[in-house]
Design a protein. Structure first.
Length: 303
């Protein structure tokens, strides 16, 4: 009888263990499904919670641009959402609910459906850099901190040899080649690099023809190349490289004919010869005056 019981109990234990394993597997699968449904890798829970745990908590924006600090919250009932600025041990209220309590009208809450309590800062300045907190009025409060970094792009125009340009002379019929180099570009910036000749924007489909523009962005560095083929006198003037209407630099281009530099050189030689003649005359006159003075001083007095 004991042997028979042992034979019956062992299969029953195996069935219970198998059922437990299936339940554990089903529970784990359900949790993964809930996380994916949230789209942010967070579990369903009672009360408010932050969505998108992988949200970037370090935001870099360009000086003078508009910054958006995102705070996505689910499960809000009667709780309120606030934004604070943290400076050392001090905390300053910016917004509470939909109201703004900051004395700087550049700051405002711009709620975006369905759950983003985002803080907008227009015309970002250096002093705006620092730590910001999004808080939910639970007990204890839910807090998400975001660090804002303000950067200023360094921009310069280079020639085909990579040398920094402020002014350059091209011969008529040659190709104007300029490179705009932009460093410290914020990764969150929607970057646009534009070339202008005076107030006229240059594009590959420019009515002049022979204009090509190529731009690339790699990490925090942007480069844009401008080529203007078969240059003529009308292509002379100031060329601007403009970055998203926030930073710009310029170079002055002169397009001259083959005869023009020679004329300049002849003019320079003539001017130099006239200057040398005038200088020789002045030196001779000065020497004559000195000699006269010496003669007067050395002559014995008349008695």
């Amino acid at each position: 009888m004991n042997a028979f019981r042992r034979l019956c109990v062992q299969p029953l234990q195996l069935l219970l263990l198998l059922r437990l394993a299936v339940c554990v597997e089903e529970e784990g699968t359900a949790e993964v499904g809930d996380d994916d449904a949230d789209g942010g890798g967070v579990k369903h829970q009672e009360g408010p919670y932050f969505l998108h745990e992988r949200l970037n908590l370090n935001v870099s924006v360009q000086l003078g641009s508009t910054a958006y600090l995102h705070c996505r919250i689910a499960g809000l009932k009667d709780q309120s959402v606030s934004w604070y600025r943290k400076k050392g041990d001090e905390i300053h209220l910016i917004t509470f609910g939909f109201q703004t309590y900051h004395n700087d009208d550049r700051f405002a809450l711009t709620f975006e459906q369905p759950s983003d309590w985002r803080l907008r800062i227009r015309y970002v300045q250096r002093r705006d850099e620092g730590s910001y907190q999004c808080q939910v009025s639970t007990h204890p409060p839910l807090i998400r901190s975001i660090h804002l970094q303000v950067v200023e792009a360094a921009i310069k125009i280079l020639d085909e040899r990579g040398e920094v340009l402020t002014e350059k002379v091209y011969r008529a019929g040659s190709t104007i080649e300029l490179q705009c180099h932009v460093a410290d570009v914020p990764t969150a910036t929607s970057l646009q690099v534009a070339w202008y000749h005076g107030t006229h924007r240059l594009n590959y489909d420019d009515s002049r023809g022979g204009v090509s523009v190529k731009t690339e962005l790699r990490g925090s560095v942007a480069r844009s190349w401008l080529r203007v083929s078969n240059a003529v006198r009308q292509d002379s003037g100031t060329y601007y490289c403009n970055v998203t209407h926030l930073a710009a630099t310029s170079v002055t281009i002169h397009v001259v004919s083959d005869e023009y530099p020679a004329a300049i050189q002849r003019g320079c030689r003539a001017t130099s010869w006239r200057g040398f003649t005038l200088l020789a005359c002045l030196a001779t006159s000065l020497l004559h005056v000195i000699c006269c003075c010496c003669c007067c001083c050395c002559s014995p007095p008349h008695r």
